[in-house]
Design a protein. Structure first.
Length: 152
């Protein structure tokens, strides 16, 4: 293999005490933070991006190349919540001259549910995905997501 051996400190955050011992001990450890939310996100999606993004970023399940898809997931999630609010306020059907028909928000909700569920599993937001990634509640891995789900 050519080139320098990969250094874990350059790739992500290494907890204190886990630094490699030797010549490089004097260098400061660079901590990475979650980038600011994109300006295209609405207020609710931006809040989800900040809150949930910090949890996933700290775990290492969200990297720089995933941020676009994660922002798209946050926007879809906020629109799903908006659609559900509209359905509960206006009802699932609307009345017209020809009778009652399904509201457009029902179709929006149905499509967004599928998208949010499928993309959410990629970010380990489902119980099955967390089990595949070997994240257990005993190590504190699932508690932060469960707490986020309870507050949102």
């Amino acid at each position: 293999m050519r080139g320098r051996k990969p250094d874990a400190r350059r790739l992500s955050v290494v907890p204190k005490g886990d630094e490699p011992k030797g010549k490089r001990k004097s260098k400061k450890l660079v901590t990475r933070k979650l980038p600011e939310s994109p300006v295209q996100l609405n207020e609710r999606a931006s809040k989800v991006y900040r809150d949930l993004g910090q949890i996933l970023f700290a775990r290492g399940h969200l990297i720089d190349t995933d941020l676009y898809l994660f922002a798209l997931w946050c926007l879809s999630y906020s629109r799903l919540l908006e659609a559900e609010e509209k359905i509960s306020a206006e009802g699932p059907t609307t009345k017209s001259a020809r009778g009652s028909k399904l509201s457009g928000w029902v179709a929006v909700s149905r499509d967004l549910r599928k998208f949010v569920a499928s993309l959410g599993s990629e970010f380990t937001l489902t119980t099955l995905a967390r089990a595949r990634a070997n994240i257990s509640n005993q190590t504190g891995g699932g508690d932060d997501l469960d707490a986020w789900q309870a507050t949102s």
